[in-house]
Design a protein around this ligand. Structure first.
Ligand SMILES: [Zn+2]
Length: 427
């Protein structure tokens, strides 16, 4: 089995790729000019910020970068593209021959290229309408070699790529989509425009099953383009697949070559490498750390500033609390959350928000585990049937946990662990 991906992301530039119109303007057709509408005689000019981000992504993916890059016209007709070509890259892209390492497995990157988005087509009543605000928005296409060989590798690669892009300032939640190329035999089937890791894995799983069934029957899967239907978790045929030869690529004469040598690039951050490093150095689960920092710059900063001062378990609990309540804060305030964790105090949304706003919360002298244990004993003495009940139905310990946590103001997680220990039940 061979899987390759073409991932498309929109770049976070204030203006479009080849003109100075603003990007992401809501009111249709208000951010347009002769260049992004493709009028004859208009001359495109490259957005330097898009070049900088494109080269930064290429460098972060360990790509080779030529001393100059150039553009081509990808010629095809569609109503969203009135000039009948999309400005893209082919021979001199921003990056080529890169890779992403997933542990011992290397997924090679064929190329990284800049291109413009066409206009948006949408329907209203009986009309088909065009919004040119989107026309000319900078996109980056990242193409892998067909090196992905399992669902786990697909998931791992996409998560790693998303994390790298996130740290380069790209909005991965809004605009990221992928085309999946899957072949179990000689025929390559492409599934277009899949968004999100879950859909990507589901689409691959369905397509592998579909192609395997055909091959088992002695049939060769057709070379074609399909689309993924998330609500039915299946793919359906949309058209015969085009090959690069079918697009008339020609050199873009309006854009000259651009030098890459003096472009300042954004420093890459590899959350997976940092999670590994901290897990080994301070003793913690690499997976847990990565889940906390992969797409969260604030959590990354808090981990880095607190790791040498506190136990990793306290830091993880404090970070999990911030994630749960979707709260961000600076390292100084984070110290107060860790203090709550270390005092076994309750970690509720109200207290965390007070800290985030710069307020103080009382920890008092803190509650020791011994005190919590004493309260548990008192509760059991008052409710003698509870031990037997808990053995019959382990869920009933939630009642004890809730009561003791409320009375002592202690952290419910800590109370739950102690109650389970006392009653000999696995939490
Ligand atoms: Zn424009």
């Amino acid at each position: 089995m061979k899987i390759g991906l073409e991932v498309h992301v929109a770049l976070p530039t204030k203006t479009k790729l080849f003109c100075s119109c603003k990007t992401y303007v809501e009111e249709p057709n208000t951010s347009i000019c002769p260049i992004c509408m493709g009028m004859p005689g208009s001359k495109p000019k490259l957005n330097k910020e898009a070049l900088k981000i494109g080269l930064s992504v290429s460098e972060a993916l360990h790509c080779k970068i030529k001393s100059r890059i150039g553009f081509v016209r990808k010629v095809y007709f569609y109503p969203d593209l009135p000039k009948s070509y999309q400005i893209s890259q082919l021979y001199d892209p921003v990056g080529y021959n890169g890779y992403v390492d997933l542990g011992s497995k290397r997924i090679n990157i064929r190329r990284v290229q800049l291109e413009e988005d066409p206009a948006r087509i949408y329907r209203e009543d009986d009309y088909t309408l065009l919004d040119f605000n989107r026309s000319g928005t900078p996109l980056l296409e990242i193409v892998t070699e067909p090196d992905i060989q399992s669902e786990e590798e697909l998931r791992g690669f996409y998560a790693e790529l998303r994390s790298i892009l996130y740290y380069l300032g790209i909005d991965i939640d809004k605009e990221m989509k992928a085309d999946l190329n899957i072949s179990l035999s000689d025929s390559r089937v492409e599934i277009k425009n899949v968004t999100g890791i879950k859909n990507l894995v589901d689409a691959a799983r369905y397509e592998i099953k579909r192609q395997s069934a055909l091959i088992e029957k002695g049939e060769e899967p057709r070379v074609e383009t399909r689309s993924y239907l998330p609500e039915r978790m299946t793919t359906e045929r949309t058209r015969e697949k085009e090959t690069d030869e079918e697009y008339g690529y020609i050199f873009e004469p309006d854009l000259t070559f651009y030098s890459t040598t003096n472009v300042e690039k954004i420093e890459p951050v590899y959350a997976s490498a940092i999670a590994k490093e901290y897990a080994e150095k301070y003793g913690a689960s690499e997976k847990t750390l990565l889940e906390l920092i992969a797409y969260d710059r604030n959590a990354m900063e808090l981990l880095e500033t607190s790791a040498h001062r506190h136990g990793m378990q306290s830091i993880i609990s404090a970070l999990e609390t911030l994630k749960k309540f979707k709260v961000q804060m600076d390292p100084e305030k984070f110290e107060k959350v860790i203090a709550l964790v270390e005092a076994n105090a309750a970690l509720d949304a109200e207290r965390i928000n007070i800290i985030a706003k710069g307020g103080e919360v009382k920890i008092g002298k803190g509650i020791s585990e011994k005190e919590i244990e004493e309260d548990i004993e008192k509760f059991i003495a008052k409710n003698p049937g509870i031990v037997e009940e808990a053995n019959r139905n382990p869920k009933s310990i939630n009642a004890i946990v809730g009561k003791v946590a409320k009375e002592t103001g202690a952290n419910a997680k800590v109370v739950a662990e102690l109650v389970s220990k006392r009653l000999g039940i696995k939490p």
